[in-house]
Design a binder for this molecule. Structure first.
Ligand SMILES: Cc1cc2nc3c(=O)[nH]c(=O)nc-3n(C[C@H](O)[C@H](O)[C@H](O)COP(=O)(O)OP(=O)(O)OC[C@H]3O[C@@H](n4cnc5c(N)ncnc54)[C@H](O)[C@@H]3O)c2cc1C
Length: 473
């Protein structure tokens, strides 16, 4: 095996987390080498096809550090590692400012506060995947240019296979380029390869008994390499059971126009989600990301149907950005309508008596304000439950779309990878969707894929530069 000249810093993955780490380290004097698995000049990754909304826990990313910390705590309910909460809350505004200083432009994406900082140009309000020349694409091209200007290198078509350790310290990687494997020596390694959502074995091991029935609402490049190679050298993994994703029309399996939008979340939280037996199976009040996770955990993730009524269709389903009304049918997704529960049951194939009982119990609980006593209870008031009463009644067969895995390599507040005893592994860092400990947990806390990528990318670049500064070249 060839052993190449020593690099200052090797970054695994050329998404936002990896390029932020590399650009920042280059600003601080290192000459980073980014190894990107895909060869294509416009290599796909989640950062390139992103929706571009920079938020913290679905709140304005420009809130004060204290407000951000409070919002993350509210979402996480104690799951997130406190130093990661502090790192995200304390560096979110700085990270967006830093992106601006690199030439990245943002716009306001809509009237609600979490849409205040959206990558420009925004994604088109069209069906299907249109990323060329949009925010994520421009983001990666701009950061790649900045990296090259500062003497760093982005090497495409280079898939990292393993991490090299010597005397407990990370000293290199093994990488496959053009079919041959070589060993690169380096002062530090940042893992930023984007999570394990596209690895069916790992999704099967950690997330769903039927991974093949989750819809891959992502770029297909997060294969869990970084998590596996970090675990192989003693890194701890945390929060592996949850993912960020949404409830999608089940027809998405055969219809590319039904993803990434419209999402069915707004309908699911306004009514009920039932299984093939016509019964509620989980707490819809927890929101769309949680519902997608709960669907994924079922024996048959293709067995759920969302039931709501005309008021929900006119209200929440229309108000959501690129919401199901009217986009679902325009994109070719069938919405089943009926003037009675019996008719709806006949059209969906659900058992009429069970569906009728479910809707009646739910409607009574909505009227009395006793949703908490339903079985299973509906616990949260975050979304307004609407009675299922006004015709036409609506049904949509749904599935879970997985966007990125929330768990991964345990890191500290400086993006240093931690071992089983929570001690930093010298020379090893991780950022973005390959990391765990911030998102997920019992409430499936979602704090934001882009904010996580840029904040921990910056911190990893800074920590690697500090570490590299102490090492002989
Ligand atoms: C449709 C969609 C919409 C989204 N919208 C939003 C949004 O509006 N707001 C938000 O906050 N988040 C959003 N996200 C999530 C967010 O975009 C991601 O969480 C974030 O971009 C992840 O960045 P990353 O750098 O960690 O990973 P990625 O961008 O996925 O980059 C990882 C890179 O690593 C490379 N790689 C993988 N394995 C290897 C290997 N072995 N060796 C070398 N390279 C490797 C991959 O090819 C890839 O290029 C969205 C995601 C999707 C898919």
């Amino acid at each position: 095996m060839r052993v190449d000249e020593k690099q200052d810093l090797v970054v695994i993955g050329g998404g936002l987390a990896g390029l932020a780490a590399a650009c920042r380290a280059a600003e601080l004097g290192l000459k980073p080498l980014v190894l990107e698995a895909t060869d294509d000049e416009s290599y796909l990754c989640n950062s390139r096809i992103t929706g571009g909304i920079f938020h913290v826990a679905m709140h304005d990313i420009r809130l004060s550090e204290d407000e951000a910390r409070k919002n993350i705590h509210n979402a996480s309910q104690g799951f997130a590692r406190p130093e990661l909460v502090d790192a995200l809350a304390g560096n979110a505004v700085r990270s967006v400012d830093w992106l601006r200083s690199q030439g990245i432009r943002f716009i306001r994406g809509g009237p609600t506060p979490e849409l205040g900082t959206v990558l420009a140009p925004p994604r088109l309000q069209q069906f299907g995947m249109h990323w060329k020349g949009r925010g994520g694409d421009v983001l990666l091209r701009t950061l790649s240019e900045r990296l090259a200007e500062r003497g760093g290198t982005l090497r495409r078509g280079a898939r990292v296979l393993s991490i090299v350790m010597e005397a407990g310290c990370c000293t290199g990687v093994e990488v496959e380029i053009d079919g041959s494997v070589s060993r690169l020596r380096t002062g530090a390694v940042v893992i930023a390869d984007g999570g394990f959502q596209a690895n069916q074995d790992m999704v099967g091991q950690y997330i769903s008994p039927a991974p093949e029935k989750l819809f891959q609402r992502n770029a297909g490049t997060g294969r869990g390499d970084g998590i596996r190679i970090a675990a192989a050298v003693g890194a701890k993994l945390v929060g592996m059971d949850k993912f960020y994703g949404h409830v999608l029309h089940r027809d998405v399996i055969n219809n590319e126009r039904l993803w990434p939008h419209p999402m069915i979340d707004s309908m699911a939280v306004s009514g009920v989600v039932v299984n093939g037996g016509g019964q509620r199976v989980f707490d819809e009040g927890l929101g769309g990301v949680s519902i997608a996770n709960m669907i994924a955990k079922l024996e048959d993730p293709h067995g759920c149907t969302v039931i709501c009524d005309a008021a929900a269709w006119r209200g929440p389903a229309r108000e959501a950005v690129m919401g199901p009304n009217p986009n679902l049918e325009k994109a070719g997704g069938k919405v089943i309508t009926a003037d009675s529960i019996e008719d709806l049951a006949a059209k969906t194939g659900l058992p009429a008596t069970a569906l009728g009982d479910t809707v009646r119990h739910y409607n009574e609980a909505v009227a009395r304000g006793t949703l908490n006593s339903l079985d299973p209870p509906r616990t949260s008031n975050r979304f307004r439950p609407l009675p299922i009463a006004e015709v036409p009644l609506l049904a949509v067969p749904v599935c879970a779309g997985i966007t990125y895995s929330m768990g991964g390599i345990a890191i500290d507040g400086a993006a240093r990878a931690l071992d089983a005893n929570d001690q930093p592994i010298p020379g090893l860092y991780a950022a973005g969707a390959s990391t765990g400990g911030l998102e997920g947990g019992p409430n499936t806390a979602y704090t934001g894929g882009l904010s996580k990528a840029v904040v921990f990318g910056l911190l990893a670049g800074e920590a690697a530069a500090r570490f590299g500064g102490n090492q002989p070249r």
